[in-house]
Design a protein around this ligand. Sequence first.
Ligand code: ZN
Length: 271
Amino acid sequence: MKSFSTNIKKEKPYKCILCNSSNEYFTTIEHIVPHSLGNNFLTLDKGWVCDKCNNICSGFESRALNNSSLSFQKVLMGHKTKKGKQPKATYNHIEWFSEKTKKNSISIDLNKKKLNKNPFIKYFVENNTKAFIQLAHNKFDIDISKLLLKIGIEMTCSLSLNNSDNIDNAKKFILNNENESWPFLLIQDKGFQMKSLFGPSKFIHSHALASNFDIFIYENQTDELIFFFSYGYFLYAINLYSKNLNWLEELKNDNFKFVAFPIEFSKFSNT
Ligand SMILES: [Zn+2]
């Protein structure tokens, strides 16, 4: 296994790492991990992602951050929004929000009508916190795929960790508004041994951990680049190079338990 270190480049290429264009406007600083997940330090300066791509990304980013398993974790972690408001989310047709005074807790809008319709929330009420393992597939899974790929591409490009030809498919997938999907995993067991990408920089690593996230990159036996994003109690994984799933065998052999998303890939889960 190849390990990598952080040394984000300081230069401003004025060539977009997503669409490769130099002819667009570059007026925004790019948060590699979204700001509303608690990241206020891991950024790319103006000149890395063009305004046009930034705009496309903000569409799937806000859907993923407000309606998915990631949004649920965001609320649980309690990171405030840019405007200083408490986080909230809609996941599995339920409104989730956090309260100022309670850390690491989550509240739900217990609307009776919704309660009766939703098996997930019944499970929650009957079995307490175990419901958090009951992760449902939903239509926003595609937005998580895109967000994970975006973070992975920005992270690896800024560190020169990828072979740029190999991430062309992922870039196209992010930027084109197609309805096909790209598989990712939610790994249930976090007891794995991998070196944090931030490991060599104690300062950045401590900031990341304080913001409840961490990043790991792993090159598998067939030279695919696998990107791991840990956020709150969840660990996501996605192949940055292709939709190929041969890397799952390696995870299975190492006794990883995981659920594959979106739903058409659920048969590849190892639970
Ligand atoms: Zn661009």
